[in-house]
Design a protein around this ligand. Structure first.
Ligand SMILES: *Cc1c(COP(=O)(O)O)cnc(C)c1O
Length: 460
């Protein structure tokens, strides 16, 4: 299996090369040359464990990793000591099936993909030699999941930038108490946008990039999307292999829902993907009217979804323009210039997607009402998906099973849970409580790419 750039101007690469590179040279994202059709093997591949299922799916894409090595990597990633309560168990809550993806080390769904990516990076470096530097920008959740995945790895250094003073005390503790010597936390004196800008500028610095061997852990890396395809198949299995089912996905960068879209293309009988956003509703507006236009970013109760320009949307658009790199390039260029891209309404329409956005009051009311009706405590991100699923049910029949992806443990957002329910005893977790007394390590640095570059060069 080869991986092509969405923009069509880079050489196709094998899986491990595409993972190592992160982004293609032409600025595009790597996509598989085709999506394998597993429709005739659905029951067979879901007959065993989660590891067996992941292996059946990964081997279609990671064709340059020997079968025994691949199996060992997957076993290590989804081991019971990493995901003690399973990777993606479903809990019933009223007429919804809540699929909990937050049982990894940092209690957010990003662990499912980043634990795999961490093991994969280590394997690639061990088999080929060399070292790697990873620079990440985080508004909170990605940073701790990346640290849990890459901390203590051989030949790998991780630098995580967060906007100083703009993340929650809990998120700060989760990141800065990591004891590993290869992890460096940088509190950047600026906004999250400033940290993303620094990341982008240093990635565009070809000389620096090569010198420190820079790699990418955000969801532009195809290995992350691949890991997320698996739990859609696992949901279908846990539901008892229905003729069709629906999935509601709390969406920010479009990575998680893209994995669902790929699962559907691979033959899984997903009838609808409910695209759930918070007040940052650029994607919902696209599926409603075909116009994709950048606006201001609002800070919401579901901060991991406070994103205007969703990087993985490019992979979806690539499919929608018939995998035509030239057409895609034209669209992305005009978006970069004008902040807007318009597809004819017919071209934008996609029956598979149903988009709903939830405002702040609706998020709090959803947490409250779900708890009242079922006793289930949902975090604010999960609540956005639950709200969207309920909206869909108001307009459509309820005979088809509805899965809601639960993307974070409620204990990560205790203030929102207390505000919504009036109770402060519903959201806690021993992993988070244990961080309270650990020493923190963090360096404050100006919002300046040269300062960050110097820091990295000094600390390698
Ligand atoms: C990252 C994240 C999301 C959004 O996922 P995307 O793949 O970016 O769409 C939703 N919820 C939580 C808790 C997250 O950390």
């Amino acid at each position: 299996m080869l991986f092509h750039s969405t923009r069509g101007q880079s050489d196709p690469m094998k899986f491990t090369d595409a993972v190592r590179a992160g982004l293609a040279d032409d600025g595009g994202l790597f996509v598989p040359e085709r999506l394998p059709d597993l429709s005739s093997r659905l029951t067979e591949i879901t007959a065993g464990s989660y590891v067996d299922l992941a292996e059946a799916i990964f081997r279609e894409f990671a064709t340059d990793i020997p079968a025994a090595d691949l199996r060992a990597l997957i076993e290590k990633t989804y081991a019971p000591d990493v995901f003690p309560d399973g990777v993606s168990p479903i809990q019933p809550a009223g007429n919804l099936h809540i699929q909990e993806l937050f049982h990894g080390p940092t209690l957010a769904f990003k662990d499912v993909a980043l634990q795999w990516l961490g093991n994969l990076f280590e394997y690639i470096l061990a088999t080929r030699g060399g070292e790697m530097t990873v620079l990440a920008a985080t508004s909170g959740d990605t940073g701790s999941a990346a640290i849990a995945a890459l901390g203590g790895r051989e030949n790998l250094s991780l630098f995580v930038m967060h906007p100083a003073g703009r993340i929650s005390p809990l998120q700060y503790r989760q990141m800065t108490t990591a004891p590993d010597a290869n992890v460096h936390n940088l509190a950047v004196e600026g906004t999250f946008d400033d940290t993303q800008h620094i990341l982008k500028m240093l990635n565009a610095d070809a000389d620096f990039k090569q010198r420190v061997s820079l790699g990418a852990v955000n969801s532009v890396n195809f290995a992350r999307i691949l890991a997320q395809i698996v739990y859609y198949f696992d949901a279908w299995k846990q539901l008892g292999r229905p003729d069709r089912f629906r999935v509601s996905v709390p969406t920010g960068n479009f990575g998680d829902i893209l994995a669902g879209y790929y699962a559907k293309q691979m033959g899984l009988p997903i009838e609808r993907l409910i695209l759930a956003t918070n007040d940052n509703d650029i994607l919902a507006r696209f599926f409603d009217c075909g116009i994709y236009s950048r606006g201001d970013v609002f800070a919401t109760l579901a901060p991991a979804m406070d994103i205007q320009v969703a990087s993985n949307f490019e992979r979806y658009l690539f499919e929608r323009v018939g995998r035509d790199g030239k057409e895609l390039r034209w669209l992305m260029d005009s978006f970069a210039k004008t902040g807007e891209m318009a597809l004819p309404k017919d071209a934008a329409a996609d029956e598979l997607f149903y988009a709903v956005s939830a405002n702040e009051t609706q998020i709090l009311d959803t947490i409250h009402d779900l708890y009242d009706a079922t006793g289930y405590v949902a975090d604010p991100h999960t609540a956005v998906g639950v709200f969207a699923a309920n909206q869909f049910h108001i307009a459509h029949d309820e005979t088809v099973p509805m899965v809601c992806l639960a993307t974070a443990h409620p204990a990560k957002f205790p203030d929102a849970i207390a505000r919504a329910t009036g109770r402060s005893d519903l959201a806690s977790h021993p992993t988070l409580d244990a961080l309270a007394d650990l020493p923190a390590r963090c360096t404050t640095i100006p919002a300046d790419q040269t300062a960050v570059r110097h820091f990295i060069e000094e600390h390698l």
